[in-house]
Write a protein that binds this ligand. Structure first.
Ligand code: HEC
Length: 119
């Protein structure tokens, strides 16, 4: 009995210490998440020039191009990322990430994408 209580509180302690830092590092998190899941196609700086992009048709969107941002808002971007290209009449090569990424991770990526916007 005592052993299982000790074990349980140990797990709780580990879980809470694992959650703490990731919340306070939200911005860095978005960059890491983007790098892991998106940059292979969309490129590290969002230009649509990731390593896998050469083989794709249509090409991944270029987030650095001002034309890309015309008429696009957070709700639209969130929908594409969550439900995939087909949800907005685009290519299925843009997958749905809703099962992989949590809402706050997607919100972080949307914010990050805006920093790629044409300079
Ligand atoms: C396998 C390659 C691939 C990966 C990985 C990928 N995408 Fe895409 N993405 C595409 C392609 C291809 C398009 C262009 C679809 C089209 O124009 O029909 C696209 C389009 C988009 C668009 C624009 C849709 C539009 O209306 O023009 C957004 C936003 C986007 N991707 C975000 C992301 C995010 C965020 C991630 C990471 C979570 C990601 N993509 C991962 C291939 C990819």
């Amino acid at each position: 009995m005592l052993r299982s209580i000790l074990f349980g509180s140990c797990i709780l302690f580990l879980a809470s210490s694992a959650l703490g830092p990731s919340e306070s590092l939200a911005a860095g998190d978005a960059a890491a998440t983007y790098k892991t899941y998106c940059s292979s196609c969309h490129g590290e700086t969002g230009k649509g020039d990731g390593a896998a992009s050469a083989a794709l048709d249509p090409k991944p969107a270029n987030f650095a191009d001002a034309a890309f941002w015309k008429g696009k808002d957070d709700a639209y971007l969130t929908k594409v990322i969550k439900e995939g290209g087909t949800a907005v009449g685009k290519s299925p090569l843009m997958a749905a990430w809703g099962a992989v990424l949590k809402d706050d991770q997607i919100a972080g990526i949307v914010a990050l994408m805006k920093t790629f916007k044409g300079k």
